[in-house]
Design a protein around this ligand. Structure first.
Ligand code: GTP
Ligand code: MG
Length: 192
């Protein structure tokens, strides 16, 4: 079985650990315990084309104090979800910084990322970053960093209710495998 390492990135408290826990059926924790360094778990994901692959999902510490140790965790990663918290606009703005950090340290020639807007269950109670603003962020990133050659997927999730959580990981898995196969094919053509 093909194996991949993928990352969950984004500011402290956006819900990376919660999303991973919910995906793995480990239940939602209301209390915030900041991740120290990083944490990971391995699971099989079935792609849209029916192929099954093994993914080690790393959620890395988003708090600024871990900035200096973070680069080590990017090594060997094949793709990332970059999360923001819809109730905190600053985390939405910071998606660019997380993308740049991933591009700098992950040692890839292509960058499969998916942008996730998390905590949509809080939309009814609080002012939140809108769906349109999220879509525009993903579109802007696709144009700026991928020159329109690849459309960065955008999914809205809730680690609390489980909304779109499966879809988020499937989208990441599809993107990682699709881009990796495409680049392998291109390399094969250019070396002939
Ligand atoms: N209502 C709601 N709360 C959430 C959701 N996801 C996470 N939370 C809460 O937000 C807080 C932070 O969640 P974490 O998953 O620990 O955040 P993190 O991104 O891993 O944070 P760091 O490890 O510090 O980088 C916790 O209190 C969670 O219960 C969600 O979808 N909805
Ligand atoms: Mg965490």
């Amino acid at each position: 079985m093909r194996m991949f390492k993928v990352l969950l990135c984004g500011d402290g408290g956006v819900g990376k650990t919660s999303l991973r826990r919910t995906y793995l059926g480990r239940g939602f924790e209301k209390d915030y315990i900041a991740t120290i360094g990083a944490d990971f778990a391995t699971t099989d994901i079935e792609l849209t084309n029916g192929q099954k692959c093994s993914f080690t999902i790393w959620d890395i510490a988003g708090q600024q104090i871990f900035e200096h140790i973070r680069p080590t965790f990017y090594s060997g990663a094949s793709g990332a979800c970059i999360l923001y918290d819809v109730t905190r606009p600053k985390t939405h703005k910071n998606v660019h910084n997380w993308l740049l950090e991933f591009m700098l340290f992950c040692n890839l020639e292509f960058f499969p990322v998916v942008i996730l807007a998390n905590k949509i269950d809080l939309r009814k109670e609080l002012f939140t970053v809108s769906t349109l603003e999220g879509e525009e962020l993903a579109k802007g990133i696709s144009m700026k960093y991928y020159k329109g050659n690849w459309t960065v997927p955008f999914v809205e999730t809730s680690a609390k209710t489980g909304d779109n959580v499966k879809r988020a990981f499937k989208t990441l898995a599809d993107s990682v495998v699709e881009l990796q196969d495409e680049f392998a094919a291109q390399r094969a053509i250019s070396s002939n």
